[in-house]
Design a protein around this ligand. Structure first.
Ligand code: MRU
Length: 376
């Protein structure tokens, strides 16, 4: 997507040095646009954990590149030493964030490919190719999600005789959360590009404010009309006919249709159901956990530092500043995700098309995954 008219992805290899990964450091957005160089697996792990990069798809792509960096720096004197380091240090990447399944999916994909190849140089070459492939695939799947989701918006626009389609979203399921395009945002961008009138209600998404900081910035860069609202406004907007549809992303979905997404998503789904408003979840196949049946009981929910709740940061006199919100000694809990059960989801929008949020619906789109389920 474009930043001040120039096309960027969220992660790439440095043109003049293919051993350096470059990312947009999202901690500073929307106030500063900073590109960071990553050259070691520890740097990649820190970038994921401390959310320089974030969002399920981008975390997966960063893990793919992290494995390539790891392969580059692993001891090359014997295959055993090389593979031993790879196995040991890949655990560092996997341990960074627990909820987005794309992380372990990408690491495992790299490990499987590397193990199946003979010769260290060829293993490194394979890790390089696969890191690029994972990133390209993420972008392409999001592009397709945009095409599949467009029809839903077109239909609402048609019903409203070309009037503005008001769409509420939570967190940042945009291109910053992926390699390009975004998941839930992709249909919105495409609809806007095709001349359909859309307006996006952007939930601020406390405590890290991915809505207020990132979604708002992205939409603004693309020229899509939007309004930031506090996290608790959604129910009110829905009761007063100001929301035509809700569309969110996902960080991990069970094959039965339950979805973990940024904390607060569940409450939006409840409000949408109470008001008869369709609630869609857009996700690429890398976000399905094919080993997981019951989302509420089985999806690991990340708990982050309490200081993310107690403090808030923003721009003050041109500097990004952090201020304390609560009494200094307040206890705080920081659950980063919640699970929306399948029964509250109107449909999934995936790279293969639209399906019901159910085992039947998901497996009809991904029949090749049936064997994984049987193997459990
Ligand atoms: O904690 P984050 O910013 O990595 O959260 C992930 C998300 O961006 C959201 O939950 C998003 O809605 C899912 S789409 C990847």
């Amino acid at each position: 997507m474009n930043v001040n008219g120039r096309h960027y992805r969220t992660i790439w290899l440095k043109e003049e040095d293919q051993k350096t990964v470059q990312i947009i450091d999202q901690r500073y957005l929307p106030h500063k646009f900073i590109i960071e160089d990553l050259t070691t697996v520890d740097e990649v792990a820190r970038a994921i954990k401390e959310m320089h990069v974030r969002g399920a798809g981008l975390i997966g792509a960063a893990a793919g590149y992290g494995m390539y960096i790891l392969a580059l720096n692993a001891p090359q004197d014997s295959d055993k030493a090389f593979m031993g380091t790879l196995l040991e240090d890949s655990a560092k990447l996997k341990a960074t964030r627990p909820t987005a399944v794309n992380l372990e999916w990408a690491v495992n994909r790299q490990l499987e490919a590397i193990s199946s190849i003979k010769g260290i140089q060829r293993k490194i070459e394979s890790a390089y190719q696969l890191a690029r492939e994972i990133a390209d695939e993420d972008a392409e799947y999001c592009r397709r999600i945009g095409e599949h989701g467009l029809g839903i918006i077109e239909e609402i626009s048609h019903d409203k005789k070309g009037g503005v389609v008001n769409i509420l979203t939570h967190c940042n399921p945009g291109w910053l959360a992926f390699v390009d395009y975004g998941s839930a945002a992709a249909p919105l961008y495409l609809a806007h590009d095709r001349g359909i009138k859309v307006h996006v209600w952007v939930d601020e998404t406390r405590p890290r404010n991915q809505g207020a900081r990132l979604m708002a910035w992205e939409l603004g860069q693309h020229g899509v009309p939007y309004t930031v609202v506090v996290d608790n406004a959604g129910g009110h907007l829905m009761q007063h006919g100001m929301v035509d549809m809700v569309v969110t992303g996902a960080d991990r979905a069970s094959y039965t249709g339950d979805v973990a997404n940024k904390i607060g998503t569940y409450l939006k789904a409840l409000a949408a159901q109470d008001n008869g408003i369709p609630f869609y979840v857009a996700l690429p196949s890398s976000t399905f956990d094919w080993y997981l049946r019951d989302g509420i009981r089985e999806i690991p929910i990340e708990q982050r530092d309490e200081n993310e709740v107690k403090y808030i940061s923003g721009l003050c006199d041109s500097e990004i500043t952090k201020v304390l919100l609560t009494p200094e000694n307040s206890p705080a809990e920081n659950y980063a995700f919640d699970v929306t059960p399948a029964r509250l989801i109107t449909a999934f929008i995936t790279e293969r098309g639209i399906c019901s949020a159910s085992e039947e619906g998901v497996l009809a789109l991904y029949p090749e995954k049936r064997s994984l389920l049987k193997a459990k």
